[in-house]
Design a binder for this molecule. Structure first.
Ligand code: ADP
Length: 642
């Protein structure tokens, strides 16, 4: 029976069971999965750090080997390409190639100009008898000794300059500027002469020659033409800068070479550079460039080499290969956080640092994670797979909850329909029963009722009994149909005859209520294969509905006709019609229209469901036309019988 599906109290329990069986384990799984993922990440990060540690050690070893090789070259006395060699002896310091260091702490000395040859002439000169000293200086300026010649030219220029003979003084300086083997108190004679030349040219009005001389002095100072100490170089550079209007700035790299040399000299003077195995190294950096000093001290000699950025970068790139392979980034710098290779490593976890004390290298070495670099996953669980698993659980869970919600909604709707149905059936029964009881009471109370009235009472009793019987049979029939137990006895019939019979019978019901049922039928026979009783029942239901839902209209039309290969039996009313959104639903069992319920029109909601069942068993269908407020047409469409 259709009553067997009860919503009952099992729904909340079902939901709880569902929650217990699915949601809780799924949530636990998700939490565990996320934990696992976190743990996996931590292990992954730990492994990455371990890989970077190993890479840092490999890079340090590679640099150590390169440094050892350079060390061997240094000991063998050669100057490796890309480096500057520094030699320190008791008397001073030398660089090779010399021009790369703008100044040195104790540069090699040139022979000093002779002074003894000028004692007599200088005495004259200082007694304001410069003119008398002049011939002596001129003679000495042609001396075979370079030292005497240089001294004479300097003094000659001095006398001419004092006497205001600018051209002669300039000429003497020019001649002196061609002497590059002699020094005056450690100042190379040519540098002294060129500075004096510029000075005099400026004094006497400058001009093109001053600019030419000053620019050439500027360039030569930068090109490292002279072996000077820092003070002499700075003095000459300041002068040249004033004359040219451009500061004389050595390149960072050159400045660093000179600074490394100065440091080496001072250390050696201070403590003799005694280190482990008398060797050592140190990095110097400024801005984004740096040099590395490597030295060997033995007895009173120190030999050292300054590794220039070019060579250093080649080494660093070589060592960086081992680091790049593990998705890391190599950085080399000094203790003072100055960087010789790579951008600053930054701070944060996962950065591996090796100090010079750990590695024996002159640099601090960092390996930091490469931003956006290759992330090698080595753990057993692939995060993507785990995420996929978790997403599937969430998906299943969502689908399950949706299914549950849908089922509950449906069950509630069915429960409501069933409740409506029970109340509707009770109403259907009550009306004829009440009428019958009333008539029976009347008959019982009065024995003198005239024969005519008595007859009418009996007829009313008969009608109501018929109605009850039809109702009970309808319900039983529907139950049988639902279970597929309703047998159909299909026979060849004429649709016109069937329609006429049913309409005739129905008129007995409808006409007393003021309804006119009109029939239009085709003139020739309309053969169908049908179960007379069942199809009559379906048509009755349509006629019954047409009357029930007619509103103020009192006309119902029944049309039987042929349409192509089909036979169509239509019931047309001019009642209140059916809203579009209800058209499909009303064919489902227990479903009643909104208006039917609102207006309190009696019904059980199974009439159309039954009609559909019956017509479907005849391999036909029911069509519905019309619009809300303008009546409806229900048509039973059947295949034409053979
Ligand atoms: P019942 O008539 O007992 O309610 P039915 O299954 O016969 O059940 O009909 C279902 C619903 O379809 C009715 O409640 C009504 O809203 C609507 N309906 C059926 N026939 C008509 C019609 N001729 N005109 C307007 N509404 C109709």
């Amino acid at each position: 029976m259709w009553m067997e599906r009860g919503a009952g109290g099992s729904l909340p329990r079902l939901s709880l069971l569902y929650l217990g069986l699915l949601v809780i384990p799924a949530a636990t799984l998700i939490v565990l999965g996320l934990r696992l993922l976190e743990q996996d990440k931590a292990i992954s990060a730990q492994r990455a750090v371990e890989r970077r540690e190993a890479a840092a050690d490999r890079a340090a070893r590679a640099l150590e080997l390169l440094l050892a090789d350079l060390d061997r070259q240094l000991l063998s006395g050669s100057t490796p390409e890309g480096s500057v060699r520094l030699a320190v002896t008791g008397s001073g310091m030398e660089a090779r190639p010399a021009h790369l260091a703008p100044w040195l702490p104790e540069p090699p000395r040139l022979p000093e100009a002779d002074t003894r040859a000028f004692q007599e002439a200088e005495t004259l000169e200082f007694r304001n008898a410069g003119e008398k000293a002049l011939p002596i200086y001129e003679r000495l300026s042609r001396s075979a000794s370079a030292g005497v010649r240089a001294g004479a030219l300097l003094r000659l220029a001095r006398v001419h300059r004092r006497a205001g003979r600018v051209d002669a003084a300039l000429e003497a300086y020019r001649q002196l500027s061609r002497t590059d083997t002699i020094a005056f108190e450690r100042m190379p004679a040519d540098l002294l002469a060129r500075r004096a030349l510029c000075d005099l040219l400026q004094e006497s009005g400058g001009g093109a020659e001053l600019s030419r001389e000053a620019n050439s002095l500027h360039d030569d100072l930068l090109a490292g033409r002279w072996r000077l100490d820092r003070v002499s170089w700075t003095l000459a550079a300041e002068q040249a800068g004033r004359w040219t209007g451009r500061p004389v700035e050595p390149g960072e790299e050159n400045r660093l070479i000179s600074e490394a040399a100065e440091w080496l000299w001072q250390e050696w003077k201070r403590q003799g550079l005694a280190g482990p195995a008398n060797r050592g190294s140190r990095a110097f950096a400024r801005g984004d460039t740096g040099v590395t000093l490597l030295w060997h001290a033995s007895g009173d000699r120190v030999s050292a080499v300054v590794i220039l950025p070019g060579l250093f970068h080649r080494w660093a790139n070589n060592a960086a290969a081992a680091v790049n392979d593990v998705g890391g980034r190599l950085v080399l710098g000094t203790d003072a956080d100055l960087f010789l290779f790579g951008q600053p490593p930054g701070t944060g976890p996962g950065i591996v640092k090796r100090n010079p004390t750990d590695t024996g290298l002159p640099w601090v070495l960092w390996v930091s994670p490469q931003p956006g670099g290759r992330n090698v996953v080595e753990s057993g669980i692939r995060p993507e797979l785990l995420m996929l698993g978790l997403s599937s659980i969430v998906l299943f869970l969502t689908a399950g909850i949706f299914l549950l919600w849908w089922t509950v909604r449906r069950e509630l709707a069915v429960a409501r329909l069933q409740a409506d149905f029970v109340s509707a059936v009770s109403h259907e029964f009550r009306t004829p029963l009440t009428a019958m009881r009333h008539v029976t009471e009347l008959l019982d109370e009065d024995d003198q009722i005239p024969r005519e009235r008595r007859k009418a009472f009996y007829a009313a009793l008969g009608r109501n009994t018929d109605r009850l019987q039809r109702l009970v049979e309808s319900l039983l029939d529907f139950s049988r149909m639902e279970r597929g137990k309703r047998p159909y006895d299909l026979k060849k019939l004429d649709a016109r005859e069937l329609t006429n019979r049913v309409v005739e019978e129905f008129r007995g019901e409808a006409e007393p209520r003021g309804f006119a049922i009109e029939v239009e039928s085709a003139s020739d026979s309309l053969p169908i294969m049908a179960d007379d009783d069942a199809l009559g029942h379906a048509l009755w239901n349509l006629l019954d509905n047409a009357v029930k839902y007619s509103g103020d209209s009192r006309i119902v039309r029944d049309i039987v006709k042929r349409r192509l290969e089909s036979i169509v039996i239509s019931v047309r009313d001019e009642g209140f019609g059916i809203p579009a959104q209800e058209r499909k639903e009303i064919f489902r069992k227990f479903v009643r229209g909104e208006q039917a319920r609102r207006l309190g029109i009696q019904g059980t909601g199974i009439g159309l469901a039954m009609a559909s069942h019956i017509v479907a068993a005849h391999r036909g269908k029911i069509e519905l036309e019309g619009a809300e407020g303008r009546g409806s047409v229900f048509s039973i469409v059947l295949p034409q019988g053979a």
